[in-house]
Design a protein around this ligand. Structure first.
Ligand SMILES: Nc1nc2c(ncn2[C@@H]2O[C@H](COP(=O)(O)OP(=O)(O)O)[C@@H](O)[C@H]2O)c(=O)[nH]1
Ligand SMILES: Nc1ncnc2c1ncn2[C@@H]1O[C@H](COP(=O)(O)OP(=O)(O)O)[C@@H](O)[C@H]1O
Length: 205
């Protein structure tokens, strides 16, 4: 039987570049992670495809998923529900493949409780000023909402201690390299620990 895969969770404040970094990681042909496509009640944006970018659901459908425990975690974010399908994550980990989640911080904390053995990576901005710049240049928010986002971002940044690693997203390519290096190192560490316990148990006493 193959080893269980690693659950990798990338999270961080709104506007830090989670979506951008995740897309850059998955655009590389040698990426071995399996991306877990989330469920959302947000309306599809132009060019987004159901079952590729998200599984788009009505609020009623999403609430049934919550009730039937079909979500590993879920959160309401800017008026819409977002959640991770538990069956896909469980099955893929059992098949020995690494699963990659890109989710906001409330959801990441829920996953931490359910999967303490997961690998939690916090994507951090080079500075709060640069974070504000990114939210402003993305151009999806009004001035009021930007202030609100910055307030939430400060609270979110305070939670970085709950993560295993903090990766600065100064440049997208560098952030991707750091994340890949962390995953490789984490696999080596876990294999070494597993081997040491196996040896210990095989010795007669
Ligand atoms: N908790 C949780 N957050 C998610 C999930 N999928 C996406 N998100 C987060 O939801 C937020 C909004 O995503 P989206 O509507 O695609 O807009 P974006 O701000 O352009 O990335 C982002 O912070 C995503 O990381 C999920 O399954 N669970
Ligand atoms: N390393 C970076 N340097 C400069 N701009 C970035 C970087 N990473 C992301 N951005 C930009 O910041 C904005 C927010 O990125 P996005 O991926 O939507 O963030 P999130 O998914 O965390 O909300 C986008 O306009 C994106 O192009």
């Amino acid at each position: 039987m193959s080893e269980r895969g690693l659950l990798i969770v990338l999270s961080g404040p709104s506007g830090v570049g989670k979506g951008t970094v995740r897309k850059a990681i998955f655009s590389k042909p040698n990426t071995k992670f399996q991306y877990s496509i989330s469920m959302t009640t947000r309306k599809p944006r132009e060019g987004e495809i159901d079952g590729v970018d998200y599984f788009f659901k009505s609020r009623e459908e999403f609430e049934v998923l919550i009730k039937n425990n079909k979500l590993l975690e879920w959160a309401e974010y800017v008026g819409n529900y977002y959640g991770t399908p538990v069956d896909y994550v469980e099955q893929t980990l059992q098949d020995g493949k690494d699963v990659f989640l890109e989710i906001e911080v409330q959801g990441a904390l829920q996953v931490r409780n359910a999967f303490p053995e997961g690998l939690f990576i916090f994507l951090a901005p080079p500075s709060l000023k640069e974070l504000k710049n990114r939210i402003v240049t993305r151009g999806t928010e009004s001035d009021d909402l930007i202030l609100n986002r910055m307030r939430v971002a400060k609270e979110e940044i305070e939670m970085m201690d709950a993560y295993d690693y903090v990766v600065e997203n100064d440049q997208v390519d560098l952030a991707c390299e750091r994340i890949n290096a962390i995953v490789i190192a984490e696999h080596l560490k876990r294999e070494r620990v597993a081997a040491r316990y196996k040896n210990m148990l095989e010795v007669d006493f």
